[in-house]
Design a protein around this ligand. Structure first.
Ligand code: SF4
Ligand code: SF4
Length: 190
């Protein structure tokens, strides 16, 4: 029987090393079983699957990965991380990829999702919680989908699902302190 060769992937490329050192996750150990993709609720809509994202990182395909819609369509549900037999926190890796993409100044492959992220965080910074009515208005303006979901508004207001005025959380000062600290850390690491 011929001796079988074993291919061991080393973090020999910059992108793989960068992702591994910044996330603390051993992407090299992914052996492409596909369990992450099989359990992912949004994989059907992604241009590349979570398994392919991991393989792309191993191969150092930085632009292909950071330009993908997959990193924006991940909803951080953690299913992939729980299913991975190599105990890789894939959700954490993908979240980091979004940050790397932003740090590189790349236009997000899913612009609306990036706009939603930023509008959501703005609400949290202002009120310490999400003010849904304000979030909807901010998102519609920034995304330029001015009349998005507008037909649903009367029913949502009538059923008390949306409040017209924002409510501030008691821990607002703490939330703002956290937001300021995050900004400082982002500035230092950029
Ligand atoms: S579940 Fe883990 S080992 Fe399997 S393909 Fe996904 S990341 Fe790789
Ligand atoms: S964390 Fe993201 S990639 Fe993982 S299963 Fe959930 S949506 Fe899919």
């Amino acid at each position: 029987m011929p001796e079988q060769s074993v291919i061991v992937l080393e973090p020999a490329n910059d992108f793989l090393s960068f992702v591994q050192s910044h996330t603390g996750e051993n992407v090299t150990s992914c052996y492409q079983c596909g369990k992450c993709t099989a359990g992912c609720p949004t994989a059907y809509a992604m241009d590349i699957t979570p398994r392919q994202v991991m393989r792309g990182i191993q191969l150092g395909l930085k632009d292909e990965i950071l330009d993908s819609s997959a990193i924006w369509l991940c909803v951080c549900c953690q299913t992939c991380s729980l299913r991975c037999p190599r105990e890789i926190d894939i959700a954490k890796v993908i979240e980091s990829l979004r940050l790397f993409s932003q740090a590189e100044g790349k236009p997000p492959a899913q612009r609306e999702i990036a706009v939603f992220h930023s509008a959501f965080l703005q609400q949290v910074r202002l009120f310490g919680r999400v003010y849904e009515f304000g979030l909807g208005i901010t998102y519609n303006l920034l995304s330029r989908h001015f009349f998005n979901n507008i037909k649903r508004l009367p029913a949502l207001l009538a059923r008390g699902k949306l409040k017209l005025l924002p409510q501030r959380t008691k821990g607002l000062a703490n939330v703002r302190r956290i937001a300021t600290r995050v900004k400082e850390l982002e500035r230092k690491s950029s």
